[in-house]
Design a protein around this ligand. Structure first.
Ligand SMILES: Nc1ncnc2c1ncn2[C@@H]1O[C@H](COP(=O)(O)OP(=O)(O)OP(=O)(O)O)[C@@H](O)[C@H]1O
Ligand SMILES: [Mg+2]
Length: 348
């Protein structure tokens, strides 16, 4: 998709399965909303096709597509009651008033707002208003619900609560949800699958578990979850593993993309996979330069004698106060991967 000379979304083959909770995750400006507007029909693709349920959507206006869209900043009609808001789209479709009321009540029950039909939006909390917006979008019986950062206006606590609500609603109605967010926590907790986008390009499409455990690029590794990256070179290959040469020493690591001997890359280990050194072949010694007590965890930064800083996360098992000024951390080859060099996420 082009806007003059700017390519907002590169040509992409993306297959979203019927009935799945699918998230588009990426930093601001990477093209998420553009992709959603292409699916909903508010934008015409410069090239390529959009198919929904196998049907080519070319020439079909948004109102005739089997989609409904919930915007970044939703707006309910303040003077209408909750049920009238929900039933709004049905009037235009010629549904009689008694039937509109009946369907609105059923949808309000679905989003756990059964008693609120006659209230005004102003009498509801932010999360409740959000659920009214969802009920309103579902009223026209879409087969795909498109949600553009629908929780961004809510405070943190409510947002976390709504993650579970949204997921539960999706399971109940069983339709496809395409959910946009730049919050990796939201994407990981709610989705069946996630597409990570960077600058109009999809970097990886995978389940939350695989995105976290098997990031395909340095960008995905740094955008999703905490990360440590150390410049490395493949010194010797051994099956699916390799010996990685780094300024901190040589380490055994997985080589999932089969980088050739001599190839440059980045050695990647998550902060919680750097554990107390005992029992590990891969070891790194460093001085503790920062520490943050997080209750269940201790987060700390170590600096090696070469000046490399590494993030470490240890579970609080009652002994974290005893953290020495100098520590040795270790990791298994299975918890380390060598990734091809590439841009990192600079915004989380
Ligand atoms: N109508 C338009 N005309 C020109 N450029 C546009 C238009 N809409 C979007 N863009 C540009 O396309 C790129 C992608 O924008 P898009 O709104 O899809 O990003 P996004 O991933 O949804 O970001 P955010 O998380 O901030 O909402 C941006 O560089 C944006 O400036
Ligand atoms: Mg957007």
């Amino acid at each position: 998709m082009r806007f003059d000379r700017l390519v907002a979304v590169e040509p992409t083959d993306l297959d979203i399965r019927a009935g799945e909770f699918f998230s588009l995750l990426g930093p601001s400006g990477c093209g998420k909303t553009t992709l959603l507007r292409l699916i909903s029909g508010f934008l015409k693709p410069t090239t390529g096709r959009i198919l929904i349920g196998g049907r080519d959507m070319a020439g079909i206006p948004p109102s005739r597509r089997p989609t409904a869209l919930i915007f970044q900043n939703l707006a309910l009609f303040p003077l209408m009651s909750v049920w009238e808001n929900v039933a709004f789209g049905l009037e235009a479709r010629g549904v009689a008033k008694a039937e509109r009321r009946r369907r609105a009540e059923a949808l309000l029950e679905l989003v756990a707002l059964a008693g609120s039909a006659d209230k005004k939006p102003a009498e509801l909390s932010g999360g409740q208003r959000q659920r009214v917006a969802i009920a309103r979008a579902l009223a026209v019986e879409p087969s795909v619900l498109l949600l553009d950062e629908p929780l961004s206006a809510l405070d943190l606590k409510l947002r976390q609560h709504m993650r579970h609500e949204l997921r539960a609603i999706q399971r109940r109605v069983g339709i496809t949800f395409v959910y946009i967010t730049h919050d990796q926590g939201e994407a990981l907790t709610m989705s069946d699958r996630v597409a990570v986008m960077r600058r109009g390009r999809i970097e990886q499409v995978d389940t939350p578990e695989r995105l976290y455990e098997e990031p395909a690029t340095a960008f995905v590794a740094t955008f999703v979850g905490g990360s440590n990256l150390v410049p490395a070179r493949v010194r010797r290959k051994a099956g699916t593993e390799c010996l990685a040469e780094t300024p901190l020493g040589n380490f055994r690591a997985r080589n999932p993309q089969d980088l050739a001997e001599g190839a440059e890359g980045l050695l990647f280990v998550r902060p919680e996979r750097l554990r107390p050194a005992a029992g590990h072949d891969n070891r790194i010694r460093g001085r503790v330069v920062e520490r943050a007590f997080e209750g269940p965890f201790l987060l700390f930064t170590i600096e090696t004698s070469q000046g490399q800083r590494l993030q470490v996360q240890w579970l609080n098992e009652g002994d974290v106060h005893a953290l020495a000024a100098e520590v040795e951390v270790g990791f298994s080859a299975g918890d380390a991967r060598i990734l091809p060099p590439g841009p990192l996420a600079d915004e989380r």
